[in-house]
Write a protein that binds this ligand. Structure first.
Ligand SMILES: [Zn+2]
Length: 254
């Protein structure tokens, strides 16, 4: 499975697209493309990073904050402009269908029913096992000001966890044991922020449950500018194999 960081920014970072990650999950017969979150600025970043953009199979929405789902109207309209006919799966928390329908009507009145392709919604409950573009997944509630879900995604090439926005609940840490790649929101490096994770909290968790590789995303814009250089030594201090990806960074999970 190939993992492409289309965007790695927090909500309002003027230098980085919103955090949005593309999975290209390949097996012998096919390649499934899944986009994890689609915020304000994510759709152009996806287009920039995917040579075959119409081949997207599914979008995962971690929660209903603008920097995680308000890129969907432009994504849908662009698919429509390019003549997409195949259905698109959109998975997310309860209310995803209603909120996405509302923002589509606000952004492009009258277009929702005339896209030319079907949007297949799948709303998942915290703790629910479900199928995401043909692979097994588990939705884990994370601590955030609104209902928010982390995604534990199991493909044939390994297990990936994406926290979305929010802190992993201590009681769920063991579910991430041995995970091949953990992509975590780390809003600050050291400072604790309610409803968010710090890099320190993520690295302590990763070390305790032996996550094989860690990517830190969604870092507060000033914090990232000021402290990006020291992140590698910080990882080393905790004995964690991790990195701070930039936009366009990709890696292979095998
Ligand atoms: Zn949020």
């Amino acid at each position: 499975m190939q993992v492409v960081f289309c965007g790695v920014g927090e909500a309002f970072d003027e230098t980085l697209p919103n955090t949005s990650i593309l999975l290209r999950d390949r097996n012998r017969r096919s390649c499934r493309r899944i986009l994890l979150d689609c915020g304000f600025t994510a759709a152009p970043a996806y287009w920039l990073n995917e040579p075959e953009p119409l081949e997207l199979d599914a979008v995962w929405i971690s929660h209903l904050h603008g920097d995680h789902f308000l890129g969907l109207p432009q994504m849908f309209i662009r698919f429509s402009e390019h003549g997409r006919t195949r259905p698109l799966q959109v998975c997310g928390p309860v209310d995803t269908k209603e909120k996405v329908s509302q923002v589509m009507e606000l952004a492009y009145p009258g277009k929702w029913s005339r896209l030319g392709f079907e949007v297949l919604f799948r709303e998942v409950l915290p703790g629910e096992d479900f199928e995401l573009a043909g692979s097994k997944a588990l939705a884990l509630p994370v601590e955030h000001p609104v209902p928010a879900l982390g995604l534990l995604f199991r493909s044939s090439s390994g297990t990936l966890f994406y926290s979305g926005d929010g802190r992993v609940r201590p009681e769920h840490g063991s579910l991430l044991a041995g995970c091949h790649l953990g992509i975590f929101e780390a809003f600050r490096v050291e400072m604790t922020t309610p409803g968010h994770s710090s890099a320190r909290q993520v690295l302590e968790l990763a070390r305790s449950v032996e996550i094989k590789k860690v990517a830190l995303v969604h870092m507060q814009r000033r914090e990232r500018q000021d402290q990006a250089d020291m992140i590698p030594s910080y990882m080393e201090k905790y004995g964690v194999n991790g990195f701070l990806p930039g936009p366009g960074h990709s890696l292979e999970l095998q």
